[in-house]
Design a protein around this ligand. Structure first.
Ligand code: 13P
Length: 251
């Protein structure tokens, strides 16, 4: 089964407007061919990014969304607001949201629902802390994150989901997971989808790896059987690094 690779840059809380315009203008030169490229700037940089990349194949996506459609939720951003500026894909459940903003499985399943019910696509992140892996709990934990966050979706709606496996201990640490650990977890996730939704959905599901992906390890990681690309943090803030990672995904 050949699945189109995705390289998505999660800029997190980085880049002022000027810095963002500079980087996006450079990214605009990248031709994607057989790789889907996405970038997730901060909310304040989304509109500009969409304008600059209007004629490019790079998709501009959001890093987060609120779980209610509208109302008295000061400081929050709704699905409708994102849609109205041309965003149609949202990262949900990043470990930094889970950890620093107390986003539980229940909150995340509400975010998933509001996004998908409003015709959005999502990149749903899962990942274990090092302590969970050391206790041997990592498969159970990922399973519960996926079941609680996603498996209320119908077969039709689950098609709008991309999964990103990001072991927390590999994020921003320069410590990438071993290839066999990555492949094993991705295979496990695909099997969960197979058991719940069948062969067709699981074969088409794209599962990204995230956690210290750099130009020097991207090719190896992307060549693993169940890895369909990467969610890139630090290296997505640097044009030549991100470009090299996109190139590595071309295979
Ligand atoms: P790093 O690539 O900086 O480790 O971050 C990964 C990540 O969290 C992407 O969402």
């Amino acid at each position: 089964m050949s699945r189109k690779k995705i390289v998505a840059g999660n800029w997190k809380m980085n880049m002022t407007q000027d810095q963002s315009i500079n980087l996006i203008s450079e990214l605009n030169q990248i031709t994607s061919n057989d790789v889907e490229i996405k970038i997730a700037p901060s909310f304040t940089n989304l509109s500009k990014a969409i304008l600059i990349l209007e004629n490019s194949e790079i998709e501009v996506i959001a890093q987060n969304v609120h779980f209610e459609e509208r109302g008295a939720f000061t400081g929050e951003i709704s699905v409708e607001m994102l849609k109205s500026i041309g965003v149609s894909n949202i990262i949900i459940g990043h470990s930094e949201r889970r950890k620093y903003f107390n986003e539980t499985d229940i909150i995340l399943s509400k975010k998933v629902k509001v996004a998908i019910d409003n015709s959005m696509k999502i990149i749903f992140c899962v990942g274990e802390e090092l302590s969970e892996r050391e206790k041997g709990n990592h498969f159970d934990l990922i399973k519960s994150q996926i079941i609680n966050g996603l498996f209320e979706l119908s077969t039709d709606k689950i098609k709008s989901v991309i999964v990103a496996y990001e072991p927390v201990w590999a994020i921003g640490t320069g410590k990438t997971a071993e290839n066999h650990q990555i492949q094993q977890m991705h295979e496990f996730i695909r099997k969960l989808f197979k058991d719940n939704y069948g062969n067709d959905i699981s074969n088409k599901l794209r599962i990204l790896y995230g956690g210290s992906v750099k130009p020097n390890n991207a090719k190896e990681i992307f060549s693993l059987a169940d890895v369909d690309g990467g969610l890139i943090g630090g290296a997505s803030l640097n044009f030549s690094d991100f470009k090299a990672i996109v190139q590595a995904a071309h295979g």
